[in-house]
Design a protein around this ligand. Structure first.
Ligand code: ATP
Ligand code: MG
Length: 417
């Protein structure tokens, strides 16, 4: 026997029963984001590998071990997009969007690819809804972006949400702080986990993420970046906080908040949900004022976030999907009447109805049972005696002489005088 094939590990099929919940997320995001001036963008599923190497950062987990990279037949190195910010920034530069009124606000809902350990809430192909506001370093852009994600999660009914907030300052503040932190880590190297010790040079900030007890003790006395913010960085962060306070958005300052991407500057944030298990991150983001320049574009400020669709679905209160409506079912007796049935169903659809016709050769009786199961509002019955229309609520039947008459009758039934 030929072995049956399965979807690759870490991927899944979206079945029709699950489509409604996803559509609801998409429509809610669309309404909220477009209402705030964000417009939809779709970038290609794969990009030049260099975009992510430069845009996400060589030292990140994503670039070091999570990318699906391949060579195409032309010998180019391509990568299935692991995240959305670098591609959107690439598109911003590609299309000269710096000439538009700033900030340019874009949103997307797309699938992303990371080679990680597959488990509940963690997949190798997953979906994110994301938003990017590019071209302004006004703290109001930060606060608005955070507020929009906050509202999106609230509207979707994501339970037990917490917002963690921090600021990384600019690249210069970060570099100085990084050295200070590295000295602290080296001074206590013997108490650190092997992994953290091995990454002191490459990525010392990651030590805050460790769940190793010794490392956690060392981090409790570590210097804090938030205490090192100066001048405009400190002022920027204070304003972001003031605006969030004005909107009544609660947050916790988190000195250990390290986002998995190298490009962040100033504001960073993450929403978690206690309704989720170990994979508690629902969405997050931050400011990336140096990123576009790093990609070869003009110096441009930007901020954005992304939220995982699977985790939203896991954490959201599930609402029952509305049953699809079938206005008309066209039943017919024998293949010689198929053509006529086909015409009636086509006419009904052109009139804007949802109409189905028999497609599996059932007996007339079987077709009526099937129509009842579909909860069809009307059934047109074509047999040797002509055509009748049956109201499935009252079971009244009425002779009709044409497809147009069927349509007229069903429309009348939908909008009774
Ligand atoms: P995590 O800490 O869970 O690995 P992350 O920091 O890698 O998350 P981001 O790159 O910021 O996540 O992506 C934003 C959101 O996308 C996450 O909060 C999460 O909801 C979702 N997400 C990230 N990776 C996956 C994945 N492999 N499967 C499903 N959702 C994911
Ligand atoms: Mg991750």
């Amino acid at each position: 026997m030929t072995q049956k094939l399965q979807a690759p590990r870490g991927t899944y099929d979206v079945l029709p029963d699950q489509a409604a919940a996803r559509r609801w997320i998409e429509h809610t995001a669309e309404r909220l984001l477009e209402g705030a001036g964000y417009r939809r963008i779709e970038t290609p599923t794969f990009e030049a590998t260099e975009l992510f190497a430069r845009g996400v950062g060589e030292s990140t987990d994503i670039v070091q071990k999570e990318m699906y990279t391949f060579q195409d037949a032309g010998g180019r190195s391509l990568t299935l997009r692991p995240e959305g910010t670098a591609p959107v920034c690439r598109a911003y530069v590609d299309h000269g969007m710096q000439k538009l009124p700033q900030p340019v606000k874009l949103w997307y809902l797309s699938s992303f690819f990371r080679y990680e350990r597959a488990q509940a809430g963690r997949y190798r192909q997953f979906w994110q809804v994301g938003a990017e506001a590019i071209g302004s370093d006004d703290p109001a852009v930060d606060a608005e972006a955070i507020l929009l994600l906050h509202e999106l999660l609230a509207e979707l009914g994501v339970g037990d949400v917490r917002l963690r907030l921090s600021s990384l300052g600019t690249a210069a503040t970060r570099a100085a702080y990084r050295e200070e932190l590295q000295s602290h880590l080296r001074a206590h190297a013997d108490r650190l986990s092997e992994e953290v010790r091995g990454r002191i040079d490459l990525n010392p900030l990651r030590a805050f993420d460790s769940d190793h007890p010794g490392t956690q003790e060392v981090m409790a006395t570590a210097p804090r970046l938030l205490d090192r913010l100066e001048g405009e960085d400190a002022e920027h962060f204070a304003q972001v906080r003031a605006l969030l306070d004005a909107e009544g958005v609660a947050y916790q300052l988190d000195h250990g908040l390290v986002r998995g991407l190298d490009y962040y500057t100033r504001t960073v944030f993450e929403f978690t949900s206690d309704a989720l298990g170990a994979q508690s991150g629902v969405g997050g983001g931050g400011r990336y004022d140096g990123l576009i320049q790093q990609l070869g574009g003009p110096a441009t400020a930007g901020i954005g976030w992304a939220a995982g669709i699977e985790r939203i679905l896991l954490a959201a209160e599930q609402r029952p999907a509305p049953e699809p409506v079938v206005d008309l079912y066209v039943a017919y007796d024998g293949p010689e009447r198929r053509r006529e049935a086909f015409v009636v169903a086509g006419e009904a659809r052109r009139a804007g109805m949802s109409a189905q016709l028999e497609l599996a050769g059932r007996s007339l009786k079987g077709q009526l049972r099937h129509a009842a199961r579909l909860e069809a509002r009307y059934v047109a019955i074509l047999d040797g005696e002509g055509m009748r229309l049956m109201d499935m609520e009252t079971h009244e039947q009425q002779d009709v002489d044409s497809a147009a008459a069927v349509v007229a009758r069903v429309i009348k039934g939908r909008h009774p005088a």
